[in-house]
Design a protein. Structure first.
Length: 154
């Protein structure tokens, strides 16, 4: 739902949306041209001081590879690998910042925790990454949309 909101903003060139009585200007959701550019982005995020201070697992190297399927990206915990499909119907839907941050939120999950893969703890990490990296407006839209749909955060 949030990804669609960003897609429409890009398609129409209209970055302002009304949400819960507030007018919000959506920041840019970066797009990537290749696996190599996703890898560079992931490497840069992992070196941010606040990321390392917040999630100790951020010191672990993450590899990015092409995924053979087209329907989803995923994170492989045992190899610290993000697998991203390149194209589906001539569109590189997964080569975008929201998707990469989603997968990094999986990487930052403490290994000793036995929690749902998309549970409240994951959602909190994802929303934090989006708010701090893409922008507070994007974090607000994501958090508000999830809360409105009954998603547990934290």
């Amino acid at each position: 739902m949030v990804r669609v909101m960003f897609d429409r903003a890009d398609e129409r060139g209209l970055r302002t949306v009304e949400m819960f009585g507030s007018t919000i200007t959506l920041p840019i959701d970066r797009r990537f041209a290749s696996i190599e550019s996703v890898q560079s982005y992931v490497d840069a995020v992992l070196t941010l001081n606040w990321v390392r201070d917040t999630w100790p697992h951020a010191v672990s190297v993450v590899q990015v590879r092409e995924r053979s399927g087209t329907g989803a990206s995923h994170y492989e915990r045992d190899t610290h690998t993000i697998a991203v499909p390149l194209h589906r119907n001539n569109e590189a839907w997964a080569l975008r910042e929201l998707v990469v941050l989603h997968e990094l939120a999986h990487h930052f999950e403490p290994a000793e925790l036995d929690v749902a893969s998309h549970g409240g703890e994951f959602v909190d990490r994802f929303v934090t990454l989006v708010g701090e990296i893409i922008g507070q407006e994007a974090g607000f839209v994501l958090r508000a949309t999830m809360a409105e749909n009954g998603v547990k955060i934290g």
